[in-house]
Write a protein that binds this ligand. Structure first.
Ligand code: FEO
Ligand code: CA
Ligand code: CA
Length: 635
C-alpha cells in the first residue's frame, strides 16, 4: 500500500494541525476547565480593563460592558451580520473583485483552467498556485507586483476528478507540487477592477523545485547535506508557505509552515529520529505523494532533507532571476508569518510564531543595523533568536537561544530550534499564528488561534501545557489575541508586559469565560483568529481560520470572516464574511490604502462551494481586491 493510500482516511477527517496529533493519542481528559484565572483579573486592574472587565470573566456575559456608541467608533463602516452564503459579503459602500485564481495562467502561452481535468503539471507550473495565503504588494515605477504564498492543495478539490479525490498518476503528484510555493504577479487596475498583467516581466513562479541559497548558521552544516547537495548550501524549493513578511529594503519574506506533511518513508522499518518526530515527520506523508516521484521526500533515502525546510525565505520580487535565500538564523519551525520592525536604534526585530499546539513565540534581533538607503541585503543572515516566557503577572521575558543557554551549537539551534526553546523553559502557547506590530507605537499582537490540548496534554516535545498566563482556558476552542509592550518601547529589550486584547467565544452558548471577553458580543462573535495586520490608522484587521459548522459551540458564527478592531477601545466589528468552507488569510494594501487585497483560501474544502465562478464550477482559492465605492482609502 502506498503512503498516499494509507493517508486517505486520515486526510478526509483531519485538518493540518490535527494530522500532527493522530500519532500521539491524548490521555483520558476531564471536562473543560472553567476556573477563572487570577491572571486575568489581575490584568484588568493593571490595564484598566480595556478589553474585558473582571466582572465579565467572573460573572459571564451578563456582565458584559457596553460597546462605545457608533458615533465614537473609529471603525467607519456598518458592521455586517454573519452568514453561510457561498459568496463574499462586505459592508454597504464597498465592492470586491477577483484578482487571481488558482490555475490562472501568468503568461498568454499558458492554458486556461480546465474545470474537467484541473490542469497538468505543465499548465500548473505556468499558472497561479493553489491555496493562496500571505502576500505583499511592491510598487515600483508605478507598477504593482504582488508576491503571494501558495500554501498547499486541498486534495479533494485539486484532484476532485480522481477517485477519492487523491492524486493517482506521476503527473498528478508533480502537478500538486507545482501548485505550491510562491506566485509573483504584476497586477493592474483597469475600469475599477484589478487583474493579473499577463506576460509581465515580473511574473514568476517559485516552486518546490526552485533553487534556494541556504544562509546563516545552518549553512554547510553536516545536518544540511544531502546526496543532491553534498555542500549543504543550496536546497531545492519552498512549500507550505503560510504567512509572510516584508522588509523595508524591498524584499518579500515567505514562511514555511507545515513542511513535515510532505515527507514519508518507503522503508517501513526505518527508525525515525526524535529530532524528526518533534517536527511531526513519520513514515507516511499527508497524501501529497511527492516521494513517489522525488526521492528527496523519502526520509529513508534522504534523512537530512527535512532539515532544509521550515525556514523563513527572503525573495527579491523585482528580480525574477534572483535566487531566494533561506534565512536559517530565524530558526526552523512551523513558521506562521514574519513581522518585521526597525527598532529606534536601527536593529531589525522580527517576530515569529510557531503554529502548533504548545509550541512557542519567537523574536529575532539582527546583529547589524538597518541603514536607510544603504545595503541591508544580508541583515537577516546574522543575529540572535529569542523565545518568549510569559509570567502570570502580565510580565514576560525573551530568553536568548545561544550555545551558552542551550548547550547546542549555533547551527543546531537554527536547525533544531524547538528543542533549543524547550531547553530554556519557554511558554507553550495556544498555536501562535500571525504577529502584527502597531505602526505608530511599540505594541505587538499575536493571534493564538485555539488549542484543544491546553491543560490536557504535552506538546510534541513533552513540555507541559498548563492553563494560565496568555493561555487561560483549558481545551481552548475559540482562541485569543495576546499583545505586549517591550520595556521602554525598545523591541530589543528582554522584558515586556502583556495582556489579552480579546478572548474569542460564543456568548449565545456559554455564560462563562468560554463566552469570550466583554468585547465579544452576539453581533461580532468569531472563533480562531489567524491573520492579523494593521492599517495606516492603527486599526487591527483580524482574519479567521476556524470552525464554520455554525453548530454547537460555533452556533451563529457562520462562515470564516474578517473583522476590524480598535486597539484603544477594544471594539471589534465584522467587515467581511467569506464563502462556504474557506478561510480568510493574507492582506496587502496599495500605497494609497484605496485597495485592500485579501486571500480566500480553500473554498469548498469539504464540498458545497462553487466560489468564485458559481454554477457547477470547481471551487478555487483566489485573491480578491476590496475598494470603497466613493474611492476613498479603506485603511
Ligand atoms: Fe498556515 Fe498557521 O496557518
Ligand atoms: Ca494561518
Ligand atoms: Ca490556516
Amino acid at each position: 500500500m502506498s503512503s498516499v493510500e494509507k493517508s486517505v482516511e486520515t486526510l478526509e477527517k483531519y485538518s493540518f494541525d490535527e494530522l500532527d496529533e493522530i500519532r500521539r493519542t491524548p490521555p483520558e481528559t476531564t471536562d473543560f476547565d472553567r476556573i477563572v484565572d487570577t491572571v486575568l483579573t489581575r490584568r484588568a486592574m493593571l490595564r484598566g480593563g480595556l478589553a474585558f472587565g473582571t466582572a465579565a470573566l467572573v460573572m459571564g456575559t451578563t456582565a458584559l460592558t457596553p460597546m462605545p456608541a457608533r458615533a465614537e467608533s473609529k471603525l467607519p463602516f456598518m458592521p455586517i451580520e454573519t452568514n453561510g452564503l457561498d459568496t463574499i459579503t462586505v459592508p454597504d459602500g464597498y465592492s470586491w473583485n477577483v484578482v487571481a485564481t488558482w490555475g490562472e495562467p501568468l503568461w498568454s502561452s499558458g492554458q486556461d483552467f480546465d474545470h474537467v481535468n484541473r490542469g497538468t503539471s505543465e499548465s500548473q507550473a505556468r499558472a497561479f498556485g493553489d491555496c493562496n495565503d500571505g502576500m505583499a504588494l511592491f510598487t515600483h515605477n508605478g507598477r504593482h507586483i504582488l508576491a503571494v504564498n501558495n500554501e498547499y492543495t486541498t486534495l479533494r478539490v485539486h484532484f476532485g476528478h480522481r477517485p477519492d479525490g487523491l492524486p493517482v498518476t506521476p503527473d498528478d503528484y508533480r502537478k500538486g507540487k507545482m501548485a505550491h510555493g510562491v506566485s509573483v504577479i504584476e497586477v493592474a487596475q483597469t475600469g475599477g477592477r484589478w487583474a493579473i498583467v499577463k506576460d509581465s516581466p515580473y511574473n514568476r513562479r517559485i516552486t518546490p523545485d526552485s533553487k534556494m541559497e541556504i544562509t546563516g548558521p545552518a549553512r554547510g552544516h553536516d545536518l544540511m547535506k544531502t546526496s543532491g547537495d553534498p555542500t549543504g548550501t543550496v536546497s531545492l524549493g519552498t512549500w507550505n508557505n503560510c504567512g509572510n513578511g516584508r522588509t523595508p529594503w524591498g524584499t518579500y519574506l515567505t514562511c514555511e509552515e507545515n513542511f513535515n506533511g510532505y515527507f514519508g518513508s518507503s522503508d517501513e522499518s526505518y527508525e525515525v529520529s526524535p529530532e524528526l518526530s518533534r517536527y511531526g515527520i513519520d513514515h507516511t506523508d499527508w497524501g501529497y505523494g511527492w516521494l513517489n516521484v522525488d526521492s528527496r521526500f523519502d526520509i529513508s533515502k534522504e534523512p537530512n532533507e527535512p532539515n532544509r525546510a521550515g525556514y523563513v525565505v527572503e525573495i527579491d520580487p523585482l528580480d525574477p532571476d534572483s535566487m531566494p535565500k533561506k534565512r536559517t538564523a530565524m530558526g526552523r519551525f512551523k513558521h506562521e508569518n514574519a513581522e518585521l520592525v526597525v527598532n529606534s536604534d536601527g536593529h531589525v526585530v522580527v517576530y515569529l510564531g510557531d503554529d502548533e499546539r504548545g509550541e512557542f513565540l519567537y523574536k529575532f534581533v539582527t546583529a547589524g543595523k538597518h541603514v536607510e538607503g544603504g545595503d541591508n541585503t544580508d541583515l537577516l543572515e546574522t543575529g540572535t533568536l529569542y523565545v518568549a516566557k510569559f509570567n502570570d503577572a502580565q510580565t514576560g521575558k525573551w530568553l536568548a537561544l545561544t550555545p551558552e543557554t542551550t548547550g547546542m551549537s549555533e547551527a543546531e539551534i537554527a536547525i533544531h530550534t524547538r528543542m533549543a526553546a524547550s531547553k530554556v523553559g519557554a511558554t507553550t502557547m495556544d498555536r501562535p499564528e500571525w504577529v502584527a506590530a502597531h505602526p505608530n507605537k511599540a505594541e505587538i499582537y499575536c493571534a493564538l488561534t485555539n488549542n484543544k490540548n491546553r491543560g490536557k496534554k504535552t506538546n510534541a516535545g513533552g513540555d507541559e501545557q498548563p492553563v494560565g498566563g496568555p493561555n487561560p482556558r483549558a481545551a481552548n476552542n475559540y482562541g485569543q489575541i495576546v499583545r505586549w509592550w517591550p520595556k521602554g518601547s525598545d523591541h530589543t529589550s528582554e522584558d515586556f508586559e502583556w495582556d489579552l486584547f480579546v478572548m474569542a467565544g460564543n456568548p449565545t452558548v456559554h455564560d462563562d469565560k468560554y463566552g469570550g471577553s466583554s468585547n465579544v458580543t452576539p453581533q461580532n462573535m468569531f472563533n480562531s483568529p489567524d491573520g492579523l495586520a494593521f492599517d495606516s490608522k492603527g486599526r487591527l484587521w483580524i482574519q479567521t481560520d476556524g470552525n464554520y459548522s455554525n453548530e454547537g459551540d460555533f452556533a451563529g458564527m457562520g462562515n470564516n470572516q474578517m473583522l476590524v478592531g480598535d486597539p484603544e477601545t477594544g471594539e471589534i466589528n465584522r467587515f467581511l464574511v467569506g464563502p462556504i468552507g474557506c478561510e480568510i488569510t493574507g492582506f496587502a494594501w496599495t500605497p494609497d490604502y484605496r485597495t485592500l487585497f485579501v486571500g480566500i483560501q480553500h473554498p469548498g474544502e469539504k464540498g458545497g462551494s462553487h466560489f468564485p465562478e458559481g454554477g457547477n464550477a470547481v471551487p478555487r482559492s483566489c485573491v480578491i481586491a476590496i475598494t470603497r465605492d466613493d474611492d476613498q482609502p479603506i485603511g
